[in-house]
Design a protein around this ligand. Structure first.
Ligand code: ADP
Ligand code: MG
Length: 676
């Protein structure tokens, strides 16, 4: 038996158990070894019943009597008398009738819960109960508590893990020796044994540290190798021409912020190198990313290179096309818009112009990278509102260009520092941490659905002053299963009642592209007062005259999404307002309270990472698969240590090939972190 063996080789695993284990994600011996406990029961704090005081308690006891009775509809109470040698205590569970069959066996259990005064007496409320015999048989005071695998009883799981102890004791080291020693880490074998059979909490902490370190180390090493790979690609050096850029900047209708100047400088420096740029421009909504990309495009064009500018939606693509034509065409830069709705003859003509180099900047959606689009000399690719550019897309680009074009990705969803270092380590990052001056911060308020009238009065006051408003709903049409608001119903309602006298527009993803565009154009031109929309307006839409945004059922949106939506207002010179209407009058969630409190996208991103974890934020497919078992991406101290260790090791010219297991992990991470 070795770690790679299928789970069936373990004594006591029959076909039925094997099938259940596999369904639960445990296919090999190694998977089982890495089925680390989700928690530990601390026996050093087990109390005698006679000694316990109100608060959290853990006791070792038998159940003497137990019964369940209904109290009212949908509520059943199970009460039990628990006893040890020192005394007796009452325990109570709500809606957990299975406790009866669990506890009637006469066995000894470990109960953990809150001992408190309620219903006129002291009792243990909803305690957890683990059969003592099921807990690990070590002499330790810490008993591992395992996540259950459906269809496999906990004692069975424990028995199997116990059987693997000799194998754990002989597991080889995976990290290079100089890392284990240099970073004063526990050996891998000892750490894994300690996870399952901890000697003490101190020892366990060292074990967790070691295993978390290894995960971060592999992830950071993968990032580093990806970066080296990109650096070895050949690109087009585009030499910075100062007069060209100075001229362009001088003609802008505003002065660049310092942050914009620094970012533009970083980019112009990158363009000069013969290795392709791979830079992420992060800047909160409204921080002015587009013009920074415009500067780069102008420089590329001046040296005879084309720029492809990719936007996530058609609405945004047309908006960028309008903005960039206004900025660039005075300098003779020719701008084209290629989306799905450019069809027939005009499309053919545009494609020909792109191929012959008669268009310098092509703006479009994903359609830009289809086979039919051939560039004359593509030097720069700008990707708006997308985190990164994957291997596949890079290859598609290389096919369109002899060398690798420079890449600039732009995003308004800030990436927390720890993620930037680990998962996104191959990117260079520029940050626009400054809003264009004289911009007022947006006033945000959580609003109860019961005081909608007052809210509409506030909106009316803004419209009266010539401003415009957004109303955002989750759904497009009514869904009987969901109690959420839909844009269609809301549009009808506002038109019939409170805003009869106003021009109200409707926007959602199911409209035809031409319809969407016409609605957006009307809203931009001020011909619509209130735009009722789904989240299709979430990214990038820029209408500076809009000053109010009402987000209905706000508690059903994610933090990043709320921040993005809020960014639709506060883009001009007027004070703007965001109202987060909750779907019930229940206490608002931490998410809503945070967004009410802060306008700072970077702060909110950190909160989001804390609240949800990276998987939820940056796409399950990618980060769910990172499958960090022990490490936390919020542990910035350990990340820094692992980073230093990677740097030290790389400086020694080390070769991964000598470390089979590490190489396997690193390659897995390399694939995961480069793919979209
Ligand atoms: P985002 O970073 O959200 O993409 P945009 O590039 O759409 O932001 O810019 C938002 C608005 O701010 C645009 O109307 C743009 O013209 C304007 N803008 C950009 N930079 C400045 C600046 N330095 N001073 C004033 N307004 C600016
Ligand atoms: Mg933008």
């Amino acid at each position: 038996m070795n770690v790679g063996s299928s789970i069936e080789v373990i004594k006591g695993v029959g076909p039925a158990t094997a099938e259940q284990l596999k369904k639960g994600g445990i296919e090999t011996v190694e998977d089982l070894i890495q089925w680390y406990p989700r928690d530990y029961q601390d026996f050093s704090t087990v109390s005698h019943i006679a000694d316990i005081e109100p608060g959290n308690v853990t006791i070792k006891a038998r159940c003497e009597a137990i019964s369940t009775r209904p109290v009212r509809r949908g509520m059943r109470i199970t009460t039990a008398t628990l006893a040890d040698d020192s005394g007796k205590i009452q325990a109570v569970w709500f809606n957990q009738p299975y406790r009866e069959s669990q506890l009637k066996t006469g066995d000894e259990f470990v109960f953990s819960g809150v001992f408190e005064f309620s219903y006129n007496r002291y009792q243990l409320t909803n305690p957890s109960a683990e059969k003592l015999a099921d807990l690990s048989k070590s002499d330790s005071v810490l008993m591992p508590v395992y996540r259950t695998v459906q269809g496999v009883k906990v004692p069975v799981l424990r028995k199997l893990i116990n059987q693997l102890r000799p194998l754990m004791a002989s597991l080889p080291e995976t990290l290079p020796n100089e890392v284990v020693e240099g970073d004063n880490l526990m050996s891998r074998s000892e750490s894994i044994q300690s996870m399952h059979f901890p000697e003490s909490s101190k020892h366990l902490a060292r074990a967790k540290e070691r295993l978390a370190f290894e995960e971060l180390f592999s992830l950071l090493l993968a990032s580093r190798l990806n970066k080296n790979e990109i650096n070895s690609l050949e690109g087009y050096p585009i030499i910075f021409d100062q007069p060209t850029v100075k001229n362009f900047v001088a003609e802008l209708p505003f002065t660049l912020t310092d942050a914009q100047k620094i970012a533009a400088w970083d980019i112009l420096q990158d363009l000069e190198r013969s290795r392709p740029m791979n830079r992420l421009l992060q800047g909160d909504v409204g921080s002015g990313k587009t013009v920074v990309a415009g500067i780069a495009a102008r420089q590329a064009q001046q040296k005879g290179y084309q720029t492809a500018f990719m936007a996530p939606t058609e609405i945004l693509a047309s908006q960028h096309a309008a903005t960039l034509s206004r900025l660039l065409e005075p300098f003779g830069t020719r701008v084209g818009l290629l989306t799905g709705s450019v069809k027939g003859k005009p499309r053919q003509a545009l494609l020909a112009a792109i191929r012959d180099g008669r268009v310098d900047v092509v703006i479009g959606t994903h359609a830009l990278f289809q086979n039919a689009v051939d560039f004359h000399k593509l030097g720069l690719v700008v990707i708006d509102e997308q985190h990164r550019f994957g291997v596949n897309q890079r290859q598609a680009l290389l096919a369109k260009s002899q060398k690798m074009p420079h890449l600039l990705s732009m995003t308004a969803t800030p990436i927390p520092r720890s993620l930037a270092l680990t998962v996104y380590g191959e990117l260079d990052i520029s940050i626009l941490n400054q809003k264009p001056s004289h911009r007022l911060s947006i006033e945000t308020k959580i609003w109860s659905p019961n005081s909608r009238e007052q809210l509409y009065t506030i909106v009316e006051r803004e419209l009266e002053a010539g401003r415009q408003a957004y109303v955002i709903c989750q759904l497009i049409d009514d869904d009987v299963d969901k109690e959420l608001k839909s844009v269609e119903a809301e549009h009808r309602k506002l038109r019939a009642g409170p805003f009869k006298h106003r021009r109200i527009g409707l926007l959602h993803g199911k409209l035809k592209p031409a319809e969407k565009e016409s609605v957006m154009a009307q809203f931009s031109a001020g011909e619509i007062d209130i735009l009722v929309s789904t989240t299709v307006v979430e990214v990038g839409v820029d209408v500076p005259n809009a000053t109010v945004i009402i987000i209905e059922d706000a508690d059903h949106f994610g933090l990043a999404q709320l921040h993005q939506l809020r960014g639709r207002v506060g883009r001009g010179e007027h004070q703007s307002y965001c109202y987060l209407v909750t779907s019930s009058s229940a206490k608002p969630s931490r998410r809503l309270r945070e967004i009410e409190k802060s306008n700072d996208g970077f702060y909110l991103a950190e909160v989001d990472l804390q609240l949800r974890g990276p998987g939820e934020i940056y796409g399950r497919a990618q980060h769910g698969a990172l499958n960090l078992r022990v490490a936390k991406l919020s542990d910035s101290q350990l990340i820094q240590r692992a980073q230093k260790s990677v740097d030290r090791l790389m400086a020694t010219g080390f070769d991964l090939i000598q470390y089979k297991q590490l190489q396997r992990d690193v390659e897995k991470y390399q694939r995961l972190t480069t793919l979209n």
